[in-house]
Design a protein around this ligand. Structure first.
Ligand code: SF4
Ligand SMILES: [Zn+2]
Ligand SMILES: [Zn+2]
Length: 304
């Protein structure tokens, strides 16, 4: 098969786009998809100081490289969670990645803040991924606010976004459907949040990371069973194989015609944000959820 653009031998086949590229033309295609996402959803302007959430996985590292290649002012942010088996590897990979490529990096160490995830899991009788996600979002927001960054970028890809949309649709959850999208404007003290990879799937990000020679974390979190909508991703992959392009059509169609129907209801029901009296993060109710978890862990010797 030949590259669609330059007719050299192709190395990356993209059935969803009914095409194939050589590595250099694939890089161009990849960056064009990000530029299109940025333009269509007013994600970034050249003056932005962009804080990029780096988990150590292929998507976030690829995002950092791509945004830097597009000329954006990027700084990495890694949240180290204290999870045995995966957190040390992720932190080492992110640290080496940023050092080798000259990227600035901030690290938030949640165990040092009284929030080691294994301890949280042992003490709180709640689904750990929901609590862990809350803690990560909290420190993403705080780091962006305290560092004066105008925007927070995450490596969520098309598979993450369509699986989440599918889950929200199955439940017809109006609040989540109103709030889902690749670009959320700054509001109530929260920075703008963008997902520039939302047009690119796991496979395309893996190809980009591989062809760029990125070393990324592969050890799964030991608590990840059932996380990230694994079953929904498999269902959508089956659909994509039968009908190439179905995922992006599902998501783009939702943004154009589905989400507006839920946004009006959500805006009417949303509560104003106030600063948390303990940490200063914007919250519906002070103290914020993370300060309450930290206080529970500090004060209660047994399960809470
Ligand atoms: S799988 Fe769950 S517990 Fe593990 S890092 Fe992800 S959200 Fe946190
Ligand atoms: Zn080519
Ligand atoms: Zn707080």
């Amino acid at each position: 098969m030949k590259c669609r653009r330059c007719k050299e031998p192709a190395q990356v086949a993209l059935p969803s786009h009914n095409t194939a590229f050589c590595p250099d033309c694939f890089f161009l295609f990849y960056l064009r998809q990000i530029e299109r996402a940025v333009k269509d959803h007013a994600m970034l302007v050249p003056e932005d100081r962009v804080l990029v959430a780096l988990s150590g996985g292929k998507d976030s590292l690829a995002l950092m490289v791509a945004l830097a290649e597009l000329g954006y002012d990027v700084t990495g942010l890694h949240i180290s969670l204290g999870i045995p088996g995966s957190s040390d590897e992720a932190r080492r990979i992110v640290t080496e990645f940023c050092a080798q490529r000259g990227f600035a990096l901030e690290i938030v160490d949640t165990p040092a803040l009284g929030l080691a995830i294994p301890e949280v899991k042992a003490r709180l009788r709640r689904p750990i991924c929901a609590v862990c996600g809350k803690i990560k979002r909290h420190y993403f927001n705080l780091a962006a606010i305290e560092g004066g960054y105008s925007v927070l970028a995450t490596g969520h890809n098309l598979d993450d976004e369509t699986a989440r949309l599918f889950a929200n649709t199955i439940r017809w959850d109006p609040d989540y459907l109103a709030g889902q999208g690749p670009s959320l404007p700054a509001a109530g003290g929260f920075p703008r949040k963008v997902k520039p990879l939302y047009r690119l799937g796991e496979y395309e990000n893996a190809c980009f990371a591989f062809l760029k020679g990125l070393t990324y974390a592969t050890t799964p979190c030991p608590y990840s069973q059932g996380a990230s909508f694994t079953g929904h991703k498999a269902l959508l992959e089956t659909l994509e194989l039968r009908s190439p392009g179905a995922k992006i059509a599902f998501y783009d169609g939702f943004l154009a015609r589905g989400r507006p129907a839920f946004e009006a209801r959500c805006a009417a029901a949303s509560r104003p944000l106030v600063p948390c009296a303990r940490c200063g993060a914007p919250t519906n109710e002070s103290p914020c959820g993370v300060c309450r978890i930290r206080a529970l862990l500090a004060e209660t010797p047994d399960a809470v």
